[in-house]
Ligand binder design. Sequence first.
Ligand SMILES: [Zn+2]
Ligand SMILES: [Zn+2]
Length: 292
Amino acid sequence: MECSEESRCRELAKASTFYRAVYSEIEEVGWENLVRFGGDLTSLSFRVLDSKGRVHVMEIQLDKTHPTYPPSISADVPYLFNLKWSSNSRLKDVVQQFRKHLEKLQTFWSTLDDIDRSLCVVEPKQASPAVSNRQVIIGNDCFVMLSIKATDPRSLPECRFIGTGQIVNLLRDRWQRNSKRWVKDKKFLVNLETLLETQLPKPADVEKNDQQVECGICYAPSLPVDDELRGKSGTGTDYTCDNTSCKRAFHSICLVDWLRSITTTRQSFDVLFGSCPYCSEPVAVKINSVKK
Ligand SMILES: [Zn+2]
Ligand SMILES: [Zn+2]
């Protein structure tokens, strides 16, 4: 019947406009970043790299009325952002907002990296970037389950102690009594040991090498071999805390990264002034011309 044919045509025309629009929007994001898509192009997954080189995948569900109604998004992150959308918005705007969101989460991920490298983590073995929990060995068959706040990762985490009665009670008491001693500008490990009034076991595979001193931030003696680090590629620690009772060694670029993530750090010309992540004594480090 004529009438139904007409409506079918209209449907197809509508569909083809939709396809045309989506194709050109994918092109703007870059086909090389498209990981997969659903047959009718309403679901698209894009690969997005953050500033630290971590790879993230964002799934976008397009509304059939696209771009009239905003798409819905999902990704392996601890929390999502509110998409700003207008009828002129395009897929590249979604990717851009996602990228911005990833930058907000950098301190969260670096805090978790810090925990994974400096403490004996039993769970999860292979954490997804969305997971904010870590179960850490305290010793004497006790564990602490830490939940890092994604919106404020350096703050006092929520924790739950696991183990036998008496020791767990003792630890819980110390945690409550000392919780005010948590200092955002200090390394996670230092804070945890201060609150628990105990030394925590370190990962067994981090064996100390007498010749080389490991960096107090990345825990590696040498920086990775990487063209982007230019002259610093593969080099050892080149900065030591002046405080004689601390004397922690760092890679200056790690220290610069650390100080930049702390709000109290001040900069004068090309020197950053802040405090040592271990002893809180003042440190001053020159910003390298090396690209991060
Ligand atoms: Zn380092
Ligand atoms: Zn120090």
